[in-house]
Design a protein around this ligand. Structure first.
Ligand code: ADP
Ligand code: MG
Length: 433
């Protein structure tokens, strides 16, 4: 595998370290950005987005006293001052929310300025700058000053300037914040074009979800921590397979309830004869399909075998009935969810997922942190939507927190996964005995 273009390893960053005003702005950040990628840093104001771009842009590297910031395999923190200055000039182009244009320079000279740092002569600078302005349909404003332009126009100038030295990485820090929707759309189009046509690696920083539309990877930040990594394209593709998987691929007569009854019967009735298990399965199917109610179900379980029942002890019959009840209820929930998803695959599932979490973790003695909850819910939702396999689901739950996992113990992972799979597909329910 090729080295990622950008790789952060265990990066911590403090403002005013050791002073009463100390702010731990970035906490154990690990991330990788591929060459030619389009990623977003997404999160509320103050979560550390700008700080993160400063580090990647080589602006605050001397204070990043923990961790590594690799660009092209080289640690920025190992660069000399001079090397770092060169990297800032030709390695990255930053587009700021406030545009940061110099008010005393014309539009043309603003765009040409970064080339001056590289010692390009003035004629050549202006010629190249003019080409860039042309690309953004801004040539006729070349001799104006920034204050004579609209917000959208200033933004285009600032994008042109970021491109002046042909940097492979473009960082756009809240680039749409000061724009109306039309200009914001245009700016997004420019960024997309830079990514797709010019092969630039784009880092888009935003707190507004609508501006994430072109990002292939979204890193979620909260209070200085990277809490989630999402790849929306993969989600869309997977969603298409959802209904296929759940309905059409199953034989029409083999309902999820029957599958469920089948696998549950063998577990719940371990040690009984084949005949007894078969009969039990028939009643359990009927109960799961809501053809019979709970008291009737218990009656059948309880009645002697020769009278058409299963011949269980009363206590056992009741316990099993409770389990069946629980599953019927959860199963109904799931069906409602799938009906909604069939109608609109974008249906939010936050509430259902949160309820499901409570049930899945019923026997869990520990306490999950905010980040663990976010990731747990995300994994459950992805499983609902059939974006990930049962195997992936278990991996996410078990992976450590630094690897974007939940970090649960193997035993907990197994029991959670078994519960979830039983109500999703009717397979593998081994929690009960
Ligand atoms: P964002 O861009 O997501 O809004 P920032 O990276 O600007 O977040 O800020 C992250 C945290 O660091 C915030 O808590 C902020 O108050 C703090 N911070 C940012 N800049 C400074 C600074 N120059 N001095 C002290 N604290 C700062
Ligand atoms: Mg910011």
């Amino acid at each position: 595998m090729s080295t990622p273009l950008i790789k952060l390893e265990d990066v911590n960053f403090y403002y005013n370290r050791g002073k009463p005003s100390e702010a731990h702005a970035l906490k154990n950040i690990n991330l990788e950005i591929e060459r030619g990628g389009y990623v977003a840093f997404f999160g509320p104001s103050g979560c550390g987005k700008t700080t993160l771009t400063y580090l990647i842009g080589g602006i605050e590297t001397e204070n990043a006293d923990e961790g590594h910031i690799f660009v092209n395999g080289r640690d920025l923190r190992g660069l000399s001052k001079k090397e770092l200055a060169v990297y800032r000039q030709i390695g990255v182009g930053i587009i700021f929310q406030q545009f940061n244009l110099l008010p005393s320079l014309t539009v043309l000279d603003n765009v040409a300025l970064p080339m001056a740092f590289l010692g390009v002569n003035v004629d050549r600078r202006r010629k190249e700058a003019m080409k860039l302005l042309d690309r953004f349909s801004m040539t006729k404003y070349a001799e104006r000053f920034p204050s004579e332009l609209s917000g959208g126009q200033q933004q285009r100038v600032s994008i042109a300037r970021a491109l002046a030295n042909n940097p492979p990485i473009i960082i756009a820090d809240e680039p749409l914040g000061n724009l109306d929707s039309e200009n914001a759309n245009k700016a997004l189009e420019f960024l997309k074009e830079l990514n797709e046509k010019d092969g630039r690696t784009i880092i888009m920083v935003t707190h507004e979800s609508w501006s994430l539309r072109d990002a292939k990877t979204i890193f979620y930040l909260k209070d200085g921590e990277m809490i989630k990594k999402e790849q929306p394209e993969k989600k869309k593709v997977a969603q298409k397979t959802l209904s296929d998987h759940l309905y059409r691929n199953l034989f029409p007569e083999v309902t999820p309830e029957r599958l469920m009854a089948h696998s549950l019967s063998y577990m719940l009735m371990r040690g009984f004869s084949g005949e007894e298990i078969k009969r039990f399965e028939m009643f359990l199917s009927k109960r799961l399909e809501c053809i019979i109610d709970t008291p009737t179900f218990i009656d059948f379980l309880d009645s002697p075998f020769k009278d058409g029942g299963v011949g269980l002890w009363k206590q056992r019959a009741q316990k099993i009935a409770l389990i069946a009840e629980d599953i019927v209820e959860k199963r109904k929930k799931i069906e409602d969810i799938y009906k909604d998803l069939e109608k609109d695959p974008e249906t939010p599932l936050y509430e259902e997922v949160a309820k499901m979490r409570a049930w899945l973790l019923e026997d869990y003695k520990g306490l999950l942190s905010d980040i663990q909850i976010v990731r747990f819910d995300e994994a459950v939702e992805d499983r609902f939507r059939n974006i990930i396999s049962p195997e992936n689901f278990r991996q996410v739950l078990e992976l450590s927190r630094t690897d974007f996992g939940v970090g649960l113990a193997p035993g907990t992972v197994r029991s959670v996964s078994e519960r979830l799979e039983t109500i999703l597909t009717g397979k593998s329910y081994q929690v009960f005995n």
